[in-house]
Structure formats: C-alpha cells, structure tokens
Write a new protein. Structure first.
Length: 145
C-alpha cells in the first residue's frame, strides 16, 4: 500500500513539473487609459519565449477604434513599425474611412502614400460601396459595389 502511494505521488509530481515547465504564454495584453479618456491596448504575440509582433490599439472615449499600429520584432531587441490603420467614423458611429499607411524601412518614416477605404451607406444602413483611394495622388484605385 505504501509503495502504491509513493509511486502515485512520484508520478503526480513528475507530471506536474513537466506540465508547468512548459511556457504556454503566447500573448500578453496591457491596457491603459489616459486623462482624456483614450484607451490604449497593447497586445504582444510570442513564439516560444520570444516576442515576435506587437499591435497597439487606440480607442476614443466612446470606445471606438481610432488607430491600430502593428510592430514586428527585430532580433527580439527592438520594435520596427510595419503598418498602421486609422479609422474615421460618421456622425452616427459607422465606419466612414479606413486609412492604411505602411512603414518605409529605408527612410525610417511612415510612407507618404496611404490607402483609404471609403465606405458609403444606403438608406438601410448597409454598405453599398467601398472605394480604395491612393491619398498621395487622389486617384481612384479600386471600387467594390
């Protein structure tokens, strides 16, 4: 009887140690709020134990998403911007424009060219048209209906 209890205890301890020694953390989320009511949510993605990407979300006081910026890890030491999205809303809270800007790695600045997805709504509040505009040249690139 003592042998069974001892063996069971050893097996339990072995399984517990091996289970808890694995690093299962794949995401870390930090949330902060500033004095003006804006909320920042920072979500860091991990592979094994290294941080590989980070997304920072900015919400206005009405809890609408204002900006989403994605960063990629360079050698696990510093964050390199990849792209950002800005969100603009109509007076009744629907998405009006989504503006995407990519990071220019060579110049270390946000690209001068952005792409804007403009939304048009019908009488029933459904999206009837999405237009992609190159904000640098004001040319119509694509149109979906």
């Amino acid at each position: 009887m003592k042998a069974k209890v001892l063996i069971s205890t050893i097996i339990f301890l072995f399984l517990s140690v091996s289970l808890f020694s694995q690093d299962k953390k794949d995401r870390d989320v930090k949330i902060s709020k500033d004095e003006s009511g804006y909320t920042t949510k920072e979500s860091t993605q991990y592979q094994r134990t290294k941080a590989v990407s980070k997304v920072i979300y900015l919400y206005d006081p009405s809890e609408r998403l204002v900006e989403r910026t994605t960063y990629l890890s360079e050698y696990g030491t510093k964050w390199i911007p990849a792209q950002k999205y800005r969100y603009e809303y109509t007076s009744d809270g629907k998405i009006a424009n989504i503006i995407q800007t990519k990071w220019n790695q060579e110049q270390k600045i946000w690209a001068r060219k952005s792409h804007c997805i403009a939304h048009s709504y019908g009488n029933k509040g459904t999206v009837i048209r999405q237009v992609t505009i190159d904000t640098n040249d004001d040319k119509l690139l694509t149109m979906k209906e």
